[in-house]
Design a binder for this molecule. Structure first.
Ligand code: ASP
Length: 403
């Protein structure tokens, strides 16, 4: 039996046990079952910082030599970042319209204070730059950690050979962090059981509708992002019909939907790019980079889920917190690895950044695989759209060296 099925079973069992506990079982669930979930969440928290720091640094270093990448690199990154920011805004919009978390409440934490008055904009901007990276890590200040990691990555890339040891160190750290996530995920079925049982015991069957709404919001959002943004770009600026474009990339969409891995789909995406007659110089740069840093579906999912968690804790997000979600989410997409479930870990980072309890993501953990499928499909569709658009904009300029 694969892990996702086990996690789903953990979720299902938690719902059944929670529903059958009745009012008198609420305290038992809180005292004896909730700790299983707490241990699981603590372990996830444990790995967030090494994972984010190392994967962001590698993401930046993966760009290669910035000065050499030049024109194509600039276009690719502009395309990726702007569509990702749009996706996260779309996610927030769907989270606001559908209100998946409304009417559900998580026991325990009182986080109403999280929505404090927004500090002045300049103060927010100044606050993003850390004076002491270790302090930022101790306080889990995600934006500061991201800024530090971006500088660290750029520095390593600029220094080149002499920083090889550091690069190898972070490469090792990233691999080890992924491994640890793998270990932790082995106990996810028990963790999810421990997290959901007390919630269902306290809320009754009303907990199921919100989860369905999350699934609906992510699927509809992903579908709209793919048709409106990618379809629209191809329709208005592409020299190919939208139908033909989507038909040609369908194999990559199918593999990404079922494998939940942009990285694993890369060979198929490369093949689709070939079918689209995309210049190899473009596809061999844009697609691997996209599989590592371009995650529109993940960003959209994070927007929906962050709102879901805010809603179940009854927190009204301030404008500043919305901005933090958009900025952190867009940057987090650079650090999200193209492997199954990576987006969920990054979601916990966004929750930390806006001061929401990570326990809120427990409900999401149970259905994460179902949400991973459409988001990975959108991630890959975005990579291929970027690849096609950039190829087209480069046509006729081939006589100039690309790198
Ligand atoms: N599975 C996604 C991908 O490979 C990442 C995520 O978990 O959001 O693109």
């Amino acid at each position: 039996m694969n892990l996702s099925t086990k996690i789903l079973i953990g979720l299902g069992l938690g719902v059944i046990v929670g529903l059958n506990m009745g009012a008198e079982g609420v305290n038992f669930a809180k005292l004896w079952i909730a700790p299983l979930g707490a241990i699981f969440m603590n372990m996830i928290r444990m790995v967030i910082i090494p994972l984010v720091v190392s994967s962001l640094i590698l993401g930046v270093c993966g760009l290669g030599d910035i000065s050499k990448i030049g024109r194509i690199g600039g276009k690719t990154i502009a395309f990726y970042l702007s569509t990702t920011a749009f996706a996260i805004i779309l996610g927030l919009l769907f989270g606001t319209i559908l209100e998946p978390g409304a009417g559900l409440s998580m026991p325990g934490a009182d986080v109403k204070t999280a929505a404090k008055a927004a500090p002045p904009l300049m103060q927010v901007i100044v606050g993003i730059f850390p004076t002491n990276p270790l302090d930022a890590m101790l306080k889990a200040n995600m934006l500061q950690i991201i800024v530090f990691s971006l500088f660290m990555g750029t520095g390593i890339m600029a220094v080149g050979e002499r920083a090889d040891t550091l690069l190898k160190f972070f490469d090792g750290l990233a691999e080890v962090s992924y491994k640890i996530v793998g270990f932790i995920m082995q106990i996810a079925p028990i963790g999810v059981f421990g997290l959901i049982t007390p919630v269902v015991a306290a809320n009754g069957p009303s907990v199921l509708l919100p989860l369905l709404k999350v699934v609906l919001a992510v699927y509809v959002g992903c579908f709209l992002h793919a048709t409106l943004v990618y379809g629209g770009l191809i329709q208005f600026f592409g020299k190919i019909s939208v139908g033909k474009f989507f038909k040609t990339i369908f194999p990559a969409q199918l593999i990404s939907f079922t494998s939940c891995s942009s990285g694993g789909t890369l060979p198929v995406s490369m093949n689709c790019a070939k079918e689209l007659n995309i210049n190899k110089e473009v596809s061999s740069f844009v697609l691997p980079l996209g599989a590592t840093i371009n995650m529109d579906g993940t960003a959209l999912y994070q927007g929906v889920c962050a709102l879901f968690v805010a809603q179940i804790y009854g927190v009204d997000l301030t404008m500043g917190q919305y901005m933090t979600i958009i900025i952190t989410g867009t940057l987090a997409s650079i650090g999200t690895a193209g492997v199954p479930g990576a987006g969920f870990i990054m979601l916990t980072m966004i929750l930390t950044a806006i001061g929401l309890p990570l326990e809120g993501s427990a409900l999401i953990a149970g259905i994460d695989r179902i949400l991973d499928m459409p988001r990975t499909c959108v991630n890959v569709t975005g990579d291929l759209t970027a690849c096609y658009m950039i190829h087209q904009s480069e046509e006729g300029k081939k006589e100039e060296p690309l790198y």
